[in-house]
Design a protein around this ligand. Structure first.
Ligand SMILES: Cc1cc2nc3c(=O)[nH]c(=O)nc-3n(C[C@H](O)[C@H](O)[C@H](O)COP(=O)(O)O)c2cc1C
Length: 222
């Protein structure tokens, strides 16, 4: 097994600042039956300090590799180039470090290995159409926190910041509907991936926006 560098083994996902119920954007690495590596950005839900859930759409290498081997690694990074390269194409093999029957992404600020314990497949209809989704529940095995630890990415804080920026534009903008649509789209993100504080913040923004717009329309009617 290759030396993986500066990581300290920890016992719980809490040590990686992962909270129960939140969805984090990570890069999941897997191996196929022939031992070839793969990496893809995947959202990981923290179910408990030692369990995660993945929602995987039919057709990805990540899904077929996890179904074939039962194993995957969740790599935590905030590197925009790693996310982009892993999305637009295949990462070169020198990005990967073999780690027992797992694969680690070089440069990950932390990572943990996991083994599938339950899989359920459902058909889901959303705004993009109908698709088959595999819900994978997995036990977390080894958790390694890097010396350069960074918190895992959760989109809800960015959605709140975007909403606040849009909120501050409402008095200046001609097309108020555009601002409302943007904020409602951000609310959808927060409802999907955020925790209770983020949902509370979003509610405060929307309530205040509603009051502001009501006052403006009353002023116009006077
Ligand atoms: C930030 C981000 C998060 C993603 N999360 C998921 C996810 O949770 N489930 C999923 O099926 N696809 C997700 N995707 C899409 C996959 O990464 C994409 O389908 C990828 O091409 C699959 O690659 P693979 O075939 O190498 O596994 C996500 C993409 C991005 C950019």
């Amino acid at each position: 097994m290759e030396d993986i560098g500066d990581y300290e083994e920890v016992k719980s996902l809490k040590s990686l600042k992962m909270e129960k119920g939140l969805l984090y954007e990570t890069i999941v690495t897997t191996l196929n039956g022939e031992g070839e590596g793969n990496a893809a950005p995947i959202g990981v839900i923290c179910k408990s300090p030692k369990e995660v859930i993945l929602y995987l759409y039919e057709g990805s290498h990540t899904l077929s590799n996890i179904l074939a081997t039962g194993n995957f690694t969740v790599n935590i990074t905030d590197d925009p180039i790693l996310f982009t390269e892993a999305t637009l194409g295949d990462l070169e093999s020198d990005y990967f470090i073999p780690y027992s029957e797992y694969l680690i992404l070089k440069g990950a600020s932390s990572f943990f290995t996991a083994t599938m314990k339950k899989v359920k497949s459902i058909k889901r209809r959303d705004r993009y159409g109908e698709s088959r989704l595999f819900i994978i529940t997995a036990d977390v095995k080894r958790i390694c926190k890097g010396k350069n630890f960074k918190e895992p990415l959760n989109r809800s804080i960015y959605a709140i910041i975007e909403s606040l920026i849009n909120y501050t534009r409402i008095n200046r903008v001609e097309n108020k509907g555009d601002i409302i649509d943007r904020i409602l789209e951000m609310k959808r993100v927060v409802d999907k991936v955020g925790g209770s504080r983020e949902k509370m913040a979003m509610k405060m923004i929307i309530d205040s926006l509603r009051t502001k717009l009501d006052q403006q329309s009353n002023a116009l009617q006077r």
